[in-house]
Design a protein around this ligand. Structure first.
Ligand code: HEM
Length: 158
């Protein structure tokens, strides 16, 4: 359901990953990773940030393009090891199902119930203003108001 919404969530997890470095793991026995010999008991870190910004894996990695997750049958397809926002294997995040459902429900509800636009765009500022911290330097200022079809009684009071 709502496949494009899931693409947006995936792309947001890729570009604005909450965990750019996957928490450390320890090798339980000697192994080889990417041609490197890893002795038993070595601390291993996966640099997810590097993975998500690798031009060999992603076209225009610094661009926000939810479409890149489309067309895989199920739009939440993770594409093997190149996209691992919840880690992998036995210590993979057990909250993934809950987190993905909650993010989709929250984002879907916000889009369905409110009209959104950037502050400073031509229409009169007649909604509620909010600052969304996009990066440390640039705050995204948005105006949102309840959609007419969903909340006519609230709108008449604004
Ligand atoms: C967008 C939301 C979330 C993200 C991006 C996320 C990401 C992660 C990542 C990357 C790991 C480490 C996996 C590894 O070591 O390979 C992890 C572990 C874990 N997460 Fe999440 N998580 C999210 C939400 C949640 C939620 C909602 C819960 C619980 C309700 C949860 C519970 C846990 C637990 C208990 C672990 C430790 C698992 C273990 O070490 O065996 N997470 N998460």
């Amino acid at each position: 359901m709502l496949p494009y919404l899931h693409c947006i969530i995936n792309e947001t997890l890729r570009l604005g990953s909450t965990g750019p470095i996957i928490p450390p793991h320890e090798s339980s026995k000697e192994c080889t990773v990417g041609g490197y010999n890893i002795p038993q008991g070595t601390m291993l870190l996966v640099n997810a940030f590097a993975l998500y910004n690798d031009t060999k894996l992603w076209e225009d990695p610094d661009m926000f393009k939810p479409e890149r997750f489309q067309g895989s049958g199920w739009e939440g397809e993770r594409g093997g090891y190149k996209f691992i926002p919840f880690g992998l294997g036995r210590r993979q995040c057990p909250g993934e199902g809950l987190a993905m459902r909650l993010m989709a429900l929250t984002l879907g509800t916000l889009i369905q119930c409110f009209e959104w636009r950037k502050a400073g765009e031509d229409r009169q500022a007649d909604g509620v203003a909010a600052n969304v911290q996009k990066t440390e330097d640039v705050a995204l200022k948005v105006i949102f108001r309840p959609r007419e079809t969903l909340a006519p009684s609230i709108l008449s009071q604004l």
